[in-house]
Design a protein around this ligand. Structure first.
Ligand SMILES: Nc1ncnc2c1ncn2[C@@H]1O[C@H](COP(=O)(O)OP(=O)(O)OP(=O)(O)O)[C@@H](O)[C@H]1O
Ligand SMILES: CC(C)(CO)[C@@H](O)C(=O)[O-]
Ligand code: BAL
Length: 421
């Protein structure tokens, strides 16, 4: 819209690098502001914007006056439906009608081959993609990464409204995203739990008021529950019957050894297996720079082989791949679960005002790892396939623990009789 900052300039640079001609619109669009929003006070500085655009090598700037974009008899509006009604659309009534209408006009006037938008406004990107596709506007919509200040706050023209204390409160947005990412990477698959942890984090800031917290599918904005619940809902309600195979994953991060007890990826496969369907949990042993290709090929191969063999009883496979290309993987082993490999390692950090504690799963224990285990296989660049039976077997090696049960009954005021169940 204008009052350009490095976030805008990053889009311009990318457009400049990828195209013969680069055009930029500067237009504070009144129709996307609600009646009580900041249209009249929205920051504007055309001279400085033009200087920045010139510096970035822009060929053309479209900066029309409002009456030219919306003449008095203007009466057409673009409504992209559901995708614009949720989240920001729900809390800023009419906002995405205004955005879709003006973007439709801008794309129609300029007819670009590519149009660049920032991921910071994630829902806006989905709205623009829908609009572009539905109305055959013919641009390739390019979504660019969010540029942030060193403290993590995303650059935004409206940041000029914030004083130092408000800025600190605004940082809870970035911290929420980081928290969600950490929880996800540590294996949390319950979206409700992630929403509630974020709510607690933001509520620590007296200046921050929550409109909504959403953990949603990035394509359709449907709120997510757990992946495990998805299998239950799909089989019990949404699908006419069982599936041939449940393939859960490909998870970012390994699920080795006793990790399976806290893994949503494996949990979803267990739900399938309990319903007597072949079920496979697939994970790649890294949380950065993931290489999915080998896992995708391995998954396809397992699914085809299992599907071709009609006599197999339902299988439950936990599959882990090293994070490597197919050419670097040394083999595939049928394994058993190794011992729990890590201890939770808690780190303390501070932002100057508050102390934070982060749980990290990275402190290796010294327990020996057998050569027939999944952990050993993945460490040695092999694919680990562990067939499981989905039950926790009784622990026959434990001492006689009957006194524990007797103690519970005596705490309830009874003697524990041995009664056939
Ligand atoms: N920090 C950023 N990083 C990357 N892209 C950004 C950033 N900030 C804005 N953009 C993108 O620049 C384009 C123009 O955005 P706009 O003019 O609304 O700026 P803004 O800073 O997002 O303003 P506002 O404060 O009103 O949200 C949009 O596609 C937006 O997503
Ligand atoms: C997409 C847009 C140009 C519509 O006015 C605006 O919302 C923006 O700059 O993000
Ligand atoms: N950057 C999104 C535009 C708006 O908030 O109106």
């Amino acid at each position: 819209m204008g009052y350009l900052h490095e976030g805008h300039v990053s889009l311009v640079r990318r457009a400049r690098a990828e195209n013969a001609t680069a055009a930029v619109s500067i237009f504070v669009n009144p129709t996307q502001f609600g009646p009580n929003e900041d249209f009249t006070t929205y920051p504007r500085d055309m001279d400085s914007d033009l200087a920045k655009l010139e510096g970035a090598g822009v060929d053309l700037v479209l900066a029309p006056p409002v009456e030219e974009v919306y003449p008095p008899n203007f009466n057409t509006h673009v409504d992209v439906g559901r995708i614009g009604e949720r989240l920001e659309g729900e809390h800023r009534a009419g906002h995405f009608h205004g955005v879709a209408t003006v973007v439709c006009k801008l794309l129609t006037i300029v007819r670009p081959d590519r149009a660049y938008f920032g991921q910071k406004d994630a829902q806006q990107c989905l709205v623009v993609k829908r609009l572009n596709e539905d109305l055959n506007l013919g641009a390739e919509i390019v979504v660019c990464p969010t540029i942030r200040d060193p403290d993590g706050l995303a650059l935004s023209s409206r940041n000029v409204y914030l004083d130092a204390v408000e800025r600190e409160a605004a940082l809870s947005l970035f911290r929420s995203l980081q928290l969600a990412k950490e929880l996800h990477q540590a294996g949390e698959t319950d979206a409700a739990e992630i929403r509630s942890r974020i709510r607690r984090l933001i509520n620590e800031q007296p200046l921050a008021a929550i409109d909504y917290i959403s953990v949603a599918d990035a394509e359709n904005l449907n709120e997510l529950e757990t992946i495990t619940d998805c299998v239950i809902l799909a089989v019990e309600m949404l699908s006419p019957g069982k599936f041939d195979i449940v393939l859960s994953g490909i998870n970012e991060g390994s699920n080795l050894g006793m990790d399976i007890l806290v893994s949503g990826t494996v949990g979803a496969a267990i739900q399938g297996y309990y319903r007597e369907m072949h079920s496979i949990a697939m994970s790649v042993a890294s949380i950065t720079n993931l290489q999915y290709d080998a896992a995708a090929s391995a998954a396809a191969s397992l699914v085809k082989t299992i599907a071709a063999n009609k006599d197999l009883p339902p299988l439950f496979l936990n599959v882990n791949l090293p994070n490597a290309g197919a050419d670097k993987i040394k083999g595939a082993s049928m394994t058993r679960l190794g011992p729990r490999l890590y201890l939770e390692n808690v780190e303390r950090g501070t932002n100057g005002r508050r102390t934070h504690y982060w749980i990290k799963h990275n402190k290796l224990t010294n327990r020996p790892v057998g050569e027939d285990t999944d952990i050993f296989a993945v460490r040695n660049n092999r694919i680990a396939i562990t067939a499981l039976n989905g039950v926790f077997e009784p622990d026959f090696e434990s001492p006689d623990l009957q006194p524990l049960a007797d103690g519970v009954m005596s705490a309830l005021g009874h003697t524990n009789g041995v009664v056939p169940i």
